[in-house]
Ligand binder design. Structure first.
Ligand SMILES: [Ca+2]
Length: 347
């Protein structure tokens, strides 16, 4: 609220100054239209009577002299009326029209999440300023992203905390670590005492130091080797309809190197080189990683980001391996990524 008031005062005074200086001519100049002060937000999916909404504001660079309409494009795979609704309501598919009255400095609309009663990995909605009438002719900061958290997260099957390990150990069964032949073998994926979440042991990827060379290191998990907490039986990936991985990730050091989450249905755990098999990259995982080096901001325990990846498209396969692939980092220049509290969720 404080922000808007300041804005209002600022723009009102700007308006007053330009009015005095140029009289009516200034009103014909373009009005810059932007989202803000926020450009990204997350809300939970509404469940029962608990409705979750977000008000999104569009700001004008000065008071508008006449009534205006603003068209906003909504780009999403989500379905209006199933995943969300808006106020004012959408009248044309993928388009929202806001009306602003003369004398206003902003307009807003509300997005309300709906409960679709299934796990879809959440909904991303992107709102873009499209076209205007009246004096609103230009734009900047043209989009607003809203993420709707899914309420129907699959059941927790097990959690890997890595707390049974000490410093510089290679995690063993059901994990395996494979180095692509020709790359350095003394770094890659190793457990690190106190570097994990809440100063416990975590699992870190880094190529830094040791023998000269580059990392191409694969941390691989056979999901059918994972035992469920509920009944001590192995996961049967062929009977799964939904599969979600959720984990805490910290990047303490900035540097070169990429971390990707991949899955394979044809990998052979006896093979030396995982690159001889077919792997599908889970793009949403890479997009949600914490910024490189962001972990040092809140030392000693750092900034930990919860990262969730939906692998439901791979559920139902008889054989299913997942891999955290770390590459393009060297002994001289390496990012670090630490993973902890890895949750396997499915049903
Ligand atoms: Ca831990």
């Amino acid at each position: 609220m404080k922000y808007f008031n300041k804005y209002k005062i600022f723009f009102l005074s700007l308006f007053a100054i330009s009015f005095v200086a140029c009289e009516d001519e200034s009103l014909k100049e373009q009005v810059t239209t932007t989202f803000g002060p926020e450009f990204n937000a997350t809300i939970d999916e509404s469940v029962g009577n608990n409705l979750n909404s977000k008000e999104v504001t569009v700001n004008f660079s000065r008071v508008i002299a006449g009534d205006a309409a603003i068209n906003i494009d909504i780009s999403s795979e989500s379905i209006y009326g199933v995943n969300y609704i808006t106020y004012p309501p959408m009248v044309e598919d993928g388009k929202l029209t806001l009306f602003a009255e003369r004398g206003e400095t902003s307009a807003s609309f509300t997005v309300t999440s709906l409960h679709d009663e299934k796990y879809t990995g959440g909904n991303n909605l992107k709102f873009s300023l499209d076209q205007f009438n009246g004096e609103l002719k230009s734009q900047a900061g043209g989009s607003f992203n809203l993420y709707i958290n899914d309420a129907d997260v699959p059941e927790l099957l097990t959690t890997f905390t890595f707390n049974e390990y000490g410093n510089f150990e290679t995690p063993d069964f059901p994990f395996m670590v494979k180095t692509v032949p020709g790359f350095k073998t003394d770094r890659g994926w190793q457990t690190r005492a106190f570097f994990g979440f809440d100063e416990t042991t975590g699992l870190q990827a880094s190529a830094y130091g040791g023998n000269p060379g580059a990392d191409n290191s694969w941390l691989i998990l056979n999901l059918n080797d994972v035992v469920k907490d509920s009944n001590s039986e192995n996961i049967n990936t062929s009977s799964l309809e939904a599969l979600v991985l959720s984990m805490m990730i910290e990047s303490y050091y900035d540097g070169s190197g990429e971390l990707e989450l991949k899955y394979s249905t044809d990998f052979d755990s006896e093979a030396e080189n995982p690159e001889d098999f077919t792997w599908t990259t889970v793009e949403s995982f890479s997009q949600n990683l914490p910024e490189k080096g962001s972990g040092s901001a809140n030392a000693p325990d750092g900034y930990w980001k919860k990262v969730t990846a939906d692998l439901s498209e791979a559920a139902g396969s008889e054989t299913l391996y997942i891999a955290f692939h770390f590459y393009n980092a060297s002994s001289a220049n390496s990012v670090s990524y630490t993973i902890d509290n890895l949750e396997i969720r499915g049903e």
